[in-house]
Design a protein around this ligand. Structure first.
Ligand code: NAX
Length: 329
């Protein structure tokens, strides 16, 4: 048997955590021959609930699961972990000022960034799901300066999956027939789901859809507002689909990307496609070896896309500048 990969999940007693940890234990991140250890982290009042999650994990008798730690102590929780999946956070609520949100998340993500830097394995990779995920990732990264910039990720795969389904549904094909939708920018309502670089059964998606008005005025807002639509329908925010997207992101970063394809994930910009250097922004990414990754360069950016990409990245730059100012980072 291989040496276990150690995965920490924060917010593990929450809804997304509950939908995610069983799939990690089953082998959905690294394959059916790769053992895992789970460090489940939540706040102290959630420890009883977390113990219940552990009991259920025990009761699955997963062959690949070698150890479970339940803790609210960050030193214990991040000790020697190879992956830190940060789900627990304070998303924006109605009436909340952006500065209040930044202060609360600043506290959470500076603390977690510092603890990861101090206690995690040398090869740790950090993936932020908790909203606002791009800026939370940026805050944690600022607090852990010795961890290289290419190890930090924020989730936009759920948006990619939502966009993929909308294109499939519109054109009467299956989701698997749609490839290479790109989500650019922030996981927020300014995100830009780009169908111009996507294909449907190998043909340009714009040609198959053949409805520019739908693509620009229906498809984009539907994807941008899908999270709110799920809340309205379900009375709770996306959990299983978010956990699925989180699993798919870590899997995509750990497995060679199929030829000719790419996926979307928030990464630290190096100025690609005119994005401001240093922000955590969603870009098209590939990995050839399942270890290192690179931004796919040379995609076609038309005037419409340019304006949308610039707007969402401006929002991210403003968010990180506010975080810098308010948190003194
Ligand atoms: P829940 O409220 O069900 O669970 C959150 C859990 O985090 C709770 O158990 C809570 O005790 C814990 N927690 C809070 N502060 C913590 C801290 N400082 N350290 C450790 N644990 C902490 O929320 P859930 O539905 O699971 O959503 C979690 C986060 O994912 C939210 O921020 C949400 O906005 C975000 N999402 C991100 C998405 C994305 O695409 N990036 C989509 C889905 C989701 O909206």
């Amino acid at each position: 048997m291989k040496k276990a990969i150690k995965v920490a999940v924060t917010g593990a007693a929450g809804n997304i955590g509950y939908s995610m940890v069983f799939r990690i234990a089953k082998g959905d991140l690294f394959g059916a021959d790769q053992p895992v250890e789970l460090n489940l982290i939540d706040i102290a009042p959630a420890m009883d609930k977390l113990e219940g999650v552990k009991m259920e994990l025990d009761d699955c008798a997963f062959p690949l699961l070698e150890k479970i730690v339940c803790t609210s102590d960050l030193a214990e929780g991040f000790k020697d972990v190879n992956w830190a999946i940060l789900v627990g956070s304070m998303p924006r609520k109605a009436g909340m000022e952006r500065s209040d949100l930044l202060k609360i998340n600043g506290g959470i993500f500076t603390g977690q960034g510092k603890a990861i830097e101090q206690y995690a394995a040398k090869d740790v990779r950090i993936f932020v799901v908790g909203n606002p995920c791009n800026t939370n990732c940026w805050i944690a990264k600022q607090s852990a300066p010795s961890i290289p910039a290419d190890r930090w990720f924020a989730m936009t795969m759920l948006d990619q999956h939502r966009a993929t389904y909308q294109l499939a549904n519109k054109t009467g094909v299956l989701s698997r027939d749609v490839k290479n939708v790109v989500i650019w920018g922030n996981h927020s309502s300014t995100q830009y789901p780009d169908a111009y670089n996507a294909t449907i059964n190998g043909k340009p998606a714009v040609e198959v859809v053949n409805d520019k008005d739908w693509l620009e005025n229906d498809f984009i807002p539907t994807v941008q507002k899908r999270g709110a639509a799920v809340i309205a329908a379900r009375g709770a925010s996306s959990a299983a689909s978010a956990a699925n997207a989180a699993i798919d992101t870590v899997y995509a970063l750990s497995t060679p990307t199929p030829k000719g394809e790419w996926f979307s994930v928030g990464v630290c910009s190096n100025g690609e496609y005119g994005t401001p250097k240093g922000i955590i922004t969603s870009l098209p990414v590939r990995t050839e070896d399942g270890k290192t990754w690179h931004v796919v360069e040379g995609l076609d950016i038309n005037e419409f896309s340019r304006a949308k990409i610039d707007a969402t990245n401006k929002e991210l730059l403003d968010e990180s500048n506010s975080a810098k100012e308010i948190l003194g980072l």
